[in-house]
Design a binder for this molecule. Structure first.
Ligand code: 13P
Length: 249
């Protein structure tokens, strides 16, 4: 089975209702898409986004979910609630959540498990900080982050998507070189294959971190990057669309 191409827009904490309508109209006008295209909007907008994308070739997802099923977890949103609205994807373990909300590797793994239990595809983010990279710890950190998920999900791992997002490349305008990205993607794929054979190797691995229309083609060229998790550039329909077209020419 070929690895699926996928482009995911992570709007982060941006947007407003009027702006979202405009952005989605821009995306819809340029579809339909052959690649899997996903937008991950802030929670309050998800119902609007779901309605707007009904019958379109664009899926939608959330930027986080709770590791818990239900109960006294003020402020959290469960995977079951997302699934009830037709959500298909959920980002877990984004470096901003790991950094600003002290999310541990195990919590991220538990969130991925909760997502899968409700048939959402978790997009599990992994990636090293600049300090970790400079200390030569990139492999150790990424393997540790991935291992927690592999251990927790077991044979369900092949149902997730991995996004390699080096923290130093996020929102900084510094992109990993195509070679760095390819090397890391190969390693991640190797670890998945070691553990799950062909099913592990078949998983899509996205790259994220300052992806723009002018660097997406070079990042794809090595054949190890299956698509992108796009932050800033996903807030402009034309830029996001250009990236989508580079993934699926
Ligand atoms: P930027 O594309 O803005 O660097 O953000 C990347 C990211 O964090 C996507 O999840």
């Amino acid at each position: 089975m070929a690895r699926r191409k996928l482009v995911v827009g992570n709007w982060k904490m941006n947007g407003n209702r009027a702006g979202n309508v405009e952005l989605l109209a821009g995306l819809k006008a340029l579809g339909p898409f052959v690649a899997d295209v996903v937008v991950c909007a802030p929670f309050p907008y998800l119902a609007d986004v779901a309605l707007s994308l009904q019958g379109e070739s664009i899926a939608w997802g959330a930027q986080d979910c709770s590791a818990h099923e239900s109960g006294a977890y003020t402020g959290e949103v469960s995977a079951a609630m997302l699934a009830e609205f037709g959500c298909r994807y959920v980002i877990v373990g984004h470096s901003e959540r790991r950094a600003f909300h002290a999310e541990s590797d195990q919590l991220v793994a538990d969130k991925a498990k909760a997502a899968l239990a409700h048939r959402l595809t978790p997009i599990v983010c992994v990636g090293e900080t600049l300090a970790e990279r400079e200390a030569g710890q990139t492999d150790v950190v990424v393997k540790r982050q991935l291992s927690a998920v592999i251990h927790t999900l077991g044979h369900c791992v092949p149902q997730m998507v991995v996004a390699y997002e080096p923290v130093w490349a996020i929102g900084t305008g510094k992109t990993a070189t195509p070679r760095d990205a390819s090397t890391m993607h190969k390693r991640i794929r190797g670890w998945m294959e070691q553990r799950f054979g062909a099913a592990g190797a078949d998983r899509s691995i996205l790259y994220g971190g300052s992806v723009k229309p002018n660097n997406a083609a070079a990042l794809m060229a090595g054949g190890d990057v299956d698509g992108f998790l796009v932050g800033g550039a996903s807030l402009e329909a034309e830029a996001f669309l250009q990236i989508v077209r580079l993934v699926i020419p």
